[in-house]
Every structure is written in structure tokens, then in C-alpha cells.
Design a protein around this ligand. Structure first.
Ligand SMILES: Nc1ncnc2c1ncn2[C@@H]1O[C@H](COP(=O)(O)OP(=O)(O)OP(=O)(O)O)[C@@H](O)[C@H]1O
Ligand SMILES: [Mg+2]
Length: 478
């Protein structure tokens, strides 16, 4: 087998010590060594910068400076060649300091022989090769970790976040530093979902694609799927690995599609029904008019009136049904958001006064405009306001309307202290014809959602029974 040639740099200002070192090196039979000798600090530094050697030996005393200074300079240059420091007997403090600064080993001058030298060189070079491999592997996996679009994080069993990648900053709006002092459990919207997830992972050792609602720094909901499992490491004991996939946009697209499909379906039924109802209704009306002419007597008038009034009611209902199921056409123009909101509040003011309830407004729209159909958006907000007025108690009702513009969005929140909505109803309130009111049509919020979505906005609701309801609407600025 061919012998390996190892290039050694010896930094030593004493010529006799250099000769002794060379002698020991020549004694080693397993490898060939190509020794370069530098007898000053500066000459050594020039050679180090050339990066031509496999291993360095630094004497501790180098004129006015020390081998420790040279280690520091070498490390600062980003050079990873292994360094062995040569010290005197009983200089343990120096040895330890050298290792701390980045030396791989130390040898005591006067005790150096071929065997010790060979073992130390072999050990240091092998260790350096392994470190390089480890570093390459660490860099590879770090890069996957950092560049992943999904959030990857390592929490402890108690939820303390040990490490988290950059995708988390984008998803949750916290800096990485903030997240490292947080508990992963704080990101869950509901305690029940968090407990269900913990239970599953503790029973099965992991779980895949668990759907949860998380919340970001600005309290926005994020619909995510979580995949996690338990890892045991010597360093941190039991740690979890988790991947969070953001499905908010997909979920919104699915919801939009569902609403659009539902409206299309309702529209189709409405048109068929309208046609089928109006034909017989016309016959009824014609017959009633005929009968009215034939039986023109006081005693029958009241009955004719009932039939006519109810026919008209059926006709109005059918017309309303058709209006609501037509595809929406928008007449968009740049409109100051303040005009839309304050105009709508004015429209609701009389109703609020009748119930003696307060409407408190607090906007800061900074004259920003949105590209919108003003009258349609006004209807959307009015439906929410009227619901709020209907939900609160006489005299004690309060409706708060807040609005801000931030970045390229404006956020409007309408909050009431009314009856709130039972949990099982919350999911249905945007469904056409869902109503809890004796005289309600259940079309107000379906229309509102349709208008907001047609403007590419979002609408969300938070409600607690007997406490109140809050609607959050977000729209893009022009
Ligand atoms: N602010 C609110 N507080 C409590 N419940 C509400 C609120 N807003 C909406 N709801 C609930 O949502 C349901 C649906 O509202 P939506 O406006 O679509 O229909 P509606 O008000 O019943 O009838 P209409 O078609 O006349 O508006 C309501 O019947 C009510 O149960
Ligand atoms: Mg309503």
C-alpha cells in the first residue's frame, strides 16, 4: 500500500527544538511527512494563509507573541486545519485555553517521541475529517430545514420551542427570537384541539395531517395541518419534531367554491320554482279578479283582500328569491373606505335610535380608497349592522365599529354585546335561508359574504353566547 504524504507546518522559534521535532517525525514509519518550518509568527501566518498543510504544530512561545495568538488568528481566518499546541511541562492552563480556542490537541515538549507524535497526528487528522463530514451533513440538513416552505419546529413535551425555521416568521409574524421564548401551545386557537393533538401524539408516538386552527401575532386565524412525532436524543431527552403546513389559502378557496356552488344550486332551484309558482299564481290572480267582478258584494271583499294580499306576498317572495340568486355584477370604482362605512352607519342610525342603543365608531382609514362597488358593499355592511341591532337589548345595547388600514389592507370590525350565536349555529350563519328569527329570511349574511368575496375580501366571525358577536372584514386597498 502506498504511504500517505502528510504536510506538516511547524511554527517554532528555537532551531534545536525544530531539529528534535524533525528527528521524531522521521522516526515514524507508517506515513511520509513533508515538514515545513516557520521560525516567526509572521512567516507562519503567511504560510497558514496559503492553506497548503494538513496539520499545524504551534510552539507556545513565539518571540513577543504566543501560540495562542496564532490559534486565534488561524481560527479567525476560517481555516479548519487541525492545530496541535506544543507546551512546557505543567502548563495545564495553557493547554486547556488552547483547546478552548480551537486546538485539536497538545503535546508536552521534551516528552515528544515518534509514537506519541504519530498517534496525535492520526487522531487530529481523522477528527478533522469527521468534523468536516459532519459539518457538510449539518449544512445540507440545515438548508432543507431553513428553506422549507412549511414550518419545521422542535418543541419539548411541555411545548417549549427549541428550534424553529424561518417559514415560521412568515406564517406567524413573530421573530425567531420571540418564538424561541414561546410555548408552542400558545399558537392554538382552542384548548380542546390542543389537548386532542397532545393526546393523540402521546398515545401513538406521532400523528399525521392533524387539522388545527392556529393564531398568528395579530390574532389572525391560520388553518394548518400538523404532522409530528417524538424523537429521543441524548442531549435534550424527549423532543418532538413538527411540521406545520399552512392551508389557509386552500381552505378559503374551497370555502369560496362551496359558497359559489351553493349559490348556483340555490339559484337554479329558485329559477325553476319561480317559474313553476308564477304560472299557477297568474291563474289564481286572473280568476280572483273575475270572481271579484261577478261577486261584487260587501261581505266578500274581505276574503278577496286576503287572497290578493297573500298572492302579492308569494309574488314578492319569488321576486326576492330570484334577485338573491342572480350572479352578482359589480360596478367598481375607487371609493374612500371612510365614505362607505360612515354612510352605512348613517343608514342604520334611525333603527339604533328606536331601540335606544349606542353605536360607537373609531376609524382611522387615512383617506385610503378601495376599488369597490359602493352600493353593494354598503348593503354588505348594513346587513351586519342590522343583525347587530336586532341582537342587542333595548337601552343597553352597544355596537362598536373599528377600522384601520395597514400595509395594503383595511380591516373593519363590527362588534355587538348582543345575544351571541350558539356554537353549533356559527358554521351555518352564512348559509342562504339559515335564520333563527321568526320573520327572518336568512339571506342577509349569505348576501354579505357573497359581496365581500366578490370583492376578494375575507369575512370572519367570533361569537360567544350571551356575550356578543364580532365580525372582522378585510379588504384590499386600491
Ligand atoms: N350579530 C348577531 N348576533 C347574534 N346572531 C346573529 C348576528 N348576526 C347574525 N346572527 C344569526 O345569524 C342568522 C343569519 O343572519 P342573516 O342576516 O343571514 O339572516 P336573518 O337576519 O335571520 O334574516 P334576514 O334575511 O332578514 O337578514 C340570524 O338569524 C341570527 O341567528
Ligand atoms: Mg339579517
Amino acid at each position: 500500500m502506498e504511504k500517505e504524504i502528510i504536510k506538516v507546518l511547524l511554527v517554532e522559534d528555537d532551531e534545536d527544538d525544530h531539529v528534535l521535532f524533525k528527528y521524531s517525525l522521521n522516526e515514524i514509519k507508517v506515513n511520509n511527512y513533508d515538514l515545513t518550518w516557520a521560525n516567526t509568527f509572521d512567516a507562519a501566518l503567511d504560510l497558514i494563509k496559503k492553506k497548503e498543510h494538513d496539520i499545524y504544530f504551534f510552539d507556545y512561545l513565539l518571540g513577543g507573541r504566543t501560540g495562542l495568538d496564532l490559534i486565534q488568528e488561524t481560527v479567525a481566518l476560517g481555516i479548519t486545519t487541525p492545530i496541535i499546541i506544543l507546551t512546557g511541562l505543567g502548563n495545564q492552563q495553557t493547554d486547556l485555553k488552547a483547546m478552548e480556542l480551537g486546538a485539536s490537541d497538545y503535546l508536552i515538549k521534551g516528552e515528544i517521541d515518534a509514537q506519541k507524535l504519530e498517534r496525535s497526528i492520526r487522531y487530529c487528522i481523522e477528527q478533522s475529517r469527521m468534523l468536516k463530514k459532519l459539518k457538510a451533513s449539518e449544512t445540507k440538513f440545515r438548508s432543507i430545514f431553513e428553506n422549507s416552505h412549511d414550518v419545521i419546529y422542535l418543541p419539548t413535551k411541555e411545548g417549549k420551542i427549541l428550534d424553529i425555521n424561518q417559514a415560521a416568521e412568515q406564517l406567524f409574524g413573530y421573530t425567531r427570537k420571540e418564538m424561541l421564548s414561546m410555548n408552542a401551545y400558545d399558537l392554538y386557537e382552542s384548548k380542546e384541539e390542543r389537548e386532542k393533538f397532545s393526546k393523540e401524539i402521546n398515545i401513538n408516538g406521532g400523528c399525521a395531517n392533524f387539522e388545527v386552527t392556529l393564531v398568528d401575532k395579530n390574532k389572525n386565524k391560520k388553518y394548518c395541518s400538523l404532522t409530528s412525532n417524538i424523537q429521543r436524543t441524548a442531549e435534550n431527552g424527549e423532543v418532538y419534531q413538527g411540521i406545520i403546513h399552512d392551508m389557509t389559502l386552500r381552505k378559503k378557496a374551497e370555502q369560496d367554491l362551496m359558497v359559489a356552488e351553493k349559490l348556483a344550486f340555490v339559484g337554479k332551484i329558485a329559477r325553476t320554482l319561480a317559474h313553476e309558482v308564477r304560472n299557477p299564481l297568474t291563474n289564481i290572480n286572473l280568476s280572483v279578479e273575475q270572481l271579484e267582478d261577478m261577486l261584487n258584494e260587501e261581505q266578500y271583499i274581505v276574503y278577496f283582500d286576503i287572497i290578493k294580499r297573500n298572492s302579492k306576498r308569494i309574488n314578492d317572495l319569488v321576486t326576492e328569491l330570484l334577485e338573491n340568486s342572480k350572479p352578482m355584477e359589480l360596478r367598481k370604482a375607487p371609493t374612500p373606505i371612510e365614505n362607505i362605512i360612515s354612510g352605512t352607519v348613517d343608514l342604520a342610525r334611525d333603527r339604533a335610535d328606536l331601540k335606544n342603543i349606542k353605536i360607537i365608531t373609531n376609524f382611522n382609514f387615512k383617506d385610503k380608497t378601495i376599488f369597490a362597488d359602493e352600493s353593494k358593499l354598503s348593503i354588505a355592511f348594513l346587513n351586519i349592522l342590522i343583525n347587530a341591532i336586532e341582537a342587542v337589548n333595548k337601552n343597553t345595547g352597544v355596537i362598536k365599529i373599528e377600522g384601520v388600514c395597514k400595509d395594503d389592507k383595511c380591516l373593519i370590525e363590527i362588534e355587538d354585546n348582543g345575544s351571541g350565536i350558539p356554537r353549533e349555529h356559527v358554521k351555518k350563519i352564512f348559509d342562504p335561508y339559515f335564520t333563527s328569527k321568526p320573520n327572518g329570511m336568512g339571506l342577509g349574511l349569505a348576501a354579505t359574504q357573497n359581496i365581500i368575496h366578490t370583492h376578494k375580501g375575507t369575512i370572519e366571525i367570533e361569537s360567544e353566547e350571551n356575550k356578543g358577536t364580532k365580525f372582522k372584514i378585510e379588504l384590499d386597498l386600491a
